[in-house]
Write a protein that binds this ligand. Structure first.
Ligand SMILES: Nc1ncnc2c1ncn2[C@@H]1O[C@H](COP(=O)(O)OP(=O)(O)O)[C@@H](O)[C@H]1O
Ligand SMILES: [Mg+2]
Length: 406
């Protein structure tokens, strides 16, 4: 390699920084014949005397890497520095997906990219081999769908990454891809049921439902799923979805009663407060988020990127599509409003914990359909079974609070 290559203005180079993993991608910014100024991809400026430069300090970058490679398995140099550099180059061009062989790496764009998920884009991936089109989560979904035929075996997509990386979004894109191809494969004699409630629709609508009840704003992600899930889709021999099963794991239950500063409770509570029409709020005793202990401890009740009112409508619509009747939907509202009241029950010490304001207990009891005296008793007393007999004893405020707030 000629030394002049790594000093030519505009050349892409590696600044060698100890081990291979610490190499810095850079471009030659200026060179006056004596000194060279390099600008790294991460915004740093490095100056070097030409007399100091040799292959142990600066190396010319492989041409393919300067353009950004869509399959990193084909890269000449594969190390942490070249992987990060390639992903960074592609990210700059809104190419958030990159392969390493058949593994897809997805970066969170933190902005909507509608063209990337348009119907047109989706169709461009059907009946294609992996690698024929630019890397995409649709290509992975398509690969699963076709491999199911080719191999006559169940297929599985494993999506992993840290909180906020884009796993939930990727899952939704895969489900919407599979739902579209499933509907396309529908024979002429089979049509969508008259009421418009197909299995595909139910599976897609399960998204807003699970997110309302199981997602919350955290400091890392304003729509963080606080549970793990395993989604199973069952296909028939003509390629249509015939059933689905969603198993959830490890829901973070204590979020209902306590949240860290800057975080929120589950979306559903704020959606309920913002979405229920004013005329119906009275019978649910709904006021504002700041009035409820279970919502006001963290100092955060809203997020500019979340529209609780619209999301409430999506939640109600999803329930209807999945088949919940108005009576059942009302029961859910009552339970949710009842939980909010339970958080507001305050106790004072008077020979054991006593309820301060029995109106709160009355409201909770009406919403939950439990007699007020019984509700009050279970909140302030403890019942134990001792030698076959039930013994009830009063509790201290600390004991009561630890049950109510944990
Ligand atoms: N492909 C994408 N396009 C646009 N925005 C995205 C994409 N992936 C993630 N996001 C944004 O990042 C946020 C967090 O992503 P999410 O899928 O909830 O992360 P995770 O499930 O990995 O914790 C989303 O609410 C969305 O705003
Ligand atoms: Mg998630």
């Amino acid at each position: 390699m000629a030394e002049s290559d790594v000093t030519a203005v505009g050349a892409r180079v590696w600044l060698i920084n100890g081990s291979e993993d610490d190499w810095l991608p850079a471009v030659v910014d200026q060179c006056d014949g004596v000194e060279v100024v390099y600008r790294t991809d991460y915004g740093e400026e490095r100056r070097m005397w030409i007399s100091e430069i040799d292959a142990g300090v600066v190396r010319l970058m492989n041409d393919t890497l300067s353009e950004g490679m869509d399959d990193m398995a084909k890269m000449a140099e594969l190390n942490q520095a070249s992987i990060l550099c390639n992903l960074n180059t592609r990210y700059g061009k809104n190419s958030i997906y990159t392969y390493i062989g058949s593994i897809l790496i997805s970066l969170n764009p933190y902005k909507r990219l509608p063209a990337l998920y348009s119907e047109e884009t989706l169709h461009s991936y059907t009946n294609k081999d992996l690698g024929e089109e630019p890397p995409h989560v649709f290509a992975i979904a398509n690969e699963c769908y076709t491999c199911m035929w080719k191999r006559e075996e169940s297929q599985c997509v494993l999506i992993s990454g840290e909180s906020g990386a884009g796993k939930t979004e990727a899952t939704k894109f895969i489900l919407s891809y599979l739902s579209t191809v499933s509907q396309q494969s529908m024979g002429k004699e089979e049509t969508i049921p008259a009421k418009g409630r197909s299995i595909e629709q139910s599976i897609l609508e399960s998204g807003p439902l699970l997110e309302a009840l199981g997602n919350a704003k955290t400091v890392f992600n304003n729509n963080s799923s606080r549970f793990g899930k395993f989604v199973q889709l069952l296909f028939n021999h003509s390629g249509q979805i015939k059933g689905g099963r969603i198993t959830d794991y490890l829901l973070e239950k204590h979020r209902v009663v306590r949240q860290n500063p800057g975080e929120r409770n589950y979306h559903i509570f704020y959606q309920l407060l913002n979405g229920v029409p004013s005329k119906d709020k009275g019978k649910l005793f709904l006021t504002e988020a700041k009035d409820y202990h279970y919502l006001n401890q963290s100092g955060c009740v809203a997020d500019p990127s979340l529209n609780d009112e619209e999301d409430w409508e999506a939640f109600e619509k999803a329930l209807a599509v999945i088949g919940f009747k108005e009576g059942q939907r009302m029961d859910m509202r009552l339970v949710l409003a009842g939980i909010l009241q339970l958080g507001n029950v305050a106790f004072a010490n008077a020979g054991g914990a006593q309820v301060v304001d029995t109106d709160v207990i009355d409201r909770a009891s009406q919403l939950l359909g439990i007699e007020a005296e019984r509700l009050e008793a279970v909140m302030k007393e403890r019942t134990m079974k001792l030698r076959g007999e039930f013994i009830t004893s009063p509790q201290s405020i600390d004991q009561v609070n630890s049950v109510q707030w944990s």
